[in-house]
Design a binder for this molecule. Structure first.
Ligand code: GRF
Length: 193
């Protein structure tokens, strides 16, 4: 069994998809800890629903990015996780953090990277009249939505789509892609950069 730590900031629907896949034995891994940088988010309720250990580490309570990142590492490193999964975690991480977890830190982003990085991927895809969008799982470095791409899933963007309908379509694919990538990683089929 591989050990996973999941970092969230909000809804946690990807967390739920991963937790479900682990629970039913589709992914040979256990979620050892969920960390949220925001209190009172739905993702924390979802962690509880799956009986997962969770902690809140609020970034506002630290006076620098480095101190917040160090507090995260202090929780993560003793677990000796095989994989640290960012699932809607809305913070940029310092180089010290990404270096400490090099090859074990992955993120999911709701676009076909390198297109539309940043916090408004769906809005940007629609504004650009893209005919395709999707989601990308990638290794994380200290840049914004950069780092080697592991796998992507496409969806069609229709002229009738708005931000919400596109987000919903892409999320469905995210919930398939993320557990799939974690499964492949657990089987040693994904090479770390
Ligand atoms: C997802 O769309 C993911 O791609 C992005 O943030 C969103 C998180 O959603 N990084 P959820 O919290 O997993 O529901």
């Amino acid at each position: 069994m591989k050990k996973i730590v999941v970092l969230i900031s909000g809804g946690g629907s990807n967390l739920e998809a991963i937790a479900k896949a682990c629970q039913i034995g589709n992914v040979p891994a256990t979620i050892e800890l969920v960390i949220s940088n925001q209190p009172n988010v739905k993702g924390l309720d979802r962690a509880k629903k799956f009986h997962l250990m969770s902690k809140v580490i609020e970034h506002q309570k630290f006076n620098s990015r480095d101190k917040f990142d160090q507090a995260l590492l202090n929780q993560i490193l003793p677990i000796e996780p095989d994989l640290v999964v960012l699932a809607g975690f809305m913070r940029i991480l310092s180089k010290d953090f990404t270096d400490a977890l090099s090859g074990k830190l992955i993120n999911i982003h709701p676009s076909l990277l390198p297109d539309f990085p940043g916090a408004h991927a769906h809005r940007d895809a629609i504004a650009a009249r893209a005919s395709k969008s999707g989601c990308t799982v990638h290794f994380v470095d200290s840049g914004m939505d950069s780092g080697p791409i592991i796998m992507q899933k496409e969806v069609e963007v229709l002229s009738s789509d708005d931000e919400d309908s596109l987000a919903e379509k892409v999320k469905k694919q995210e919930h398939i892609l993320y557990p799939q990538v974690i499964d492949l990683f657990s089987a040693g089929e994904i090479e770390s950069p």
